[in-house]
Design a protein around this ligand. Sequence first.
Ligand SMILES: [Fe+2]
Ligand SMILES: [Fe+2]
Length: 260
Amino acid sequence: MLIAHISDLHLKKEGQLVKDQIDTRAFAITAIDAIAALNPRPDMLLMTGDLADAGELEAYEWFTKQVDRIGVPTYCIPGNHDLRAPMRRAFRRYGYLPEEGFLQFTVEKGPVRILALDTVIEGKAAGRLCAERIQWLAERLAEDRDRATIVMMHHQPFETGTGFDRIRCESTKDLANVIASAPNVERVICGHMHQNIVTRWAGTVASVCPATAHQMATDFAKPDRLVVALDPPSYQLHHWVKGTGLITHTRHIEPFKEVV
Ligand SMILES: [Fe+2]
Ligand SMILES: [Fe+2]
């Protein structure tokens, strides 16, 4: 099973640039082109939030037209830059988002099960999972204690020792307990940090997918500072290998030459 993963597209209005130089729509097209050209094709595409930069319906509708070109099922959760109502409206025809409440859902296809969480507090940069959302996760995990499971969420639930801790998923003790009680959680995948991060957390592995547009870099001399960096945009491929588990490949989207 091959799962493609993109994050933090931050789609601006047509013609608007991040920091007057980063065209997030152009980067999104390049990323989608790269995934559409994969051979073999992935079984699905996951998107871990901050799809639109300001929650605009038009940005979500633009994304659906682009991503439909790939021709594989695509599943999106919201980030702190997204708004639930326009996301729900633009993605209604795909049928995976609930009609009301938090945008949490499961994907039950293939050997790896996906549990998608909504960590958003609309209007705030930090995230949180309230008791209702954690209860939902606990109930879904109780349904299947055997199948390998990926939990996807926008905000990272762990401390990083950087400025991102100010805007992380807050109060994660209950979440950590629920995850740790389910050894079949193979991975927690996140977005939000715009960089490639991996750590051990709650008895499993937690990882952050780089962004398809601007990256963030940690300045270890001033770790509290959030630095926008023009590192290559990237996406990830999570490859399920029977007997081993989930192997994650990070692919830079810039063209590269094959060594022969
Ligand atoms: Fe972001
Ligand atoms: Fe974010």
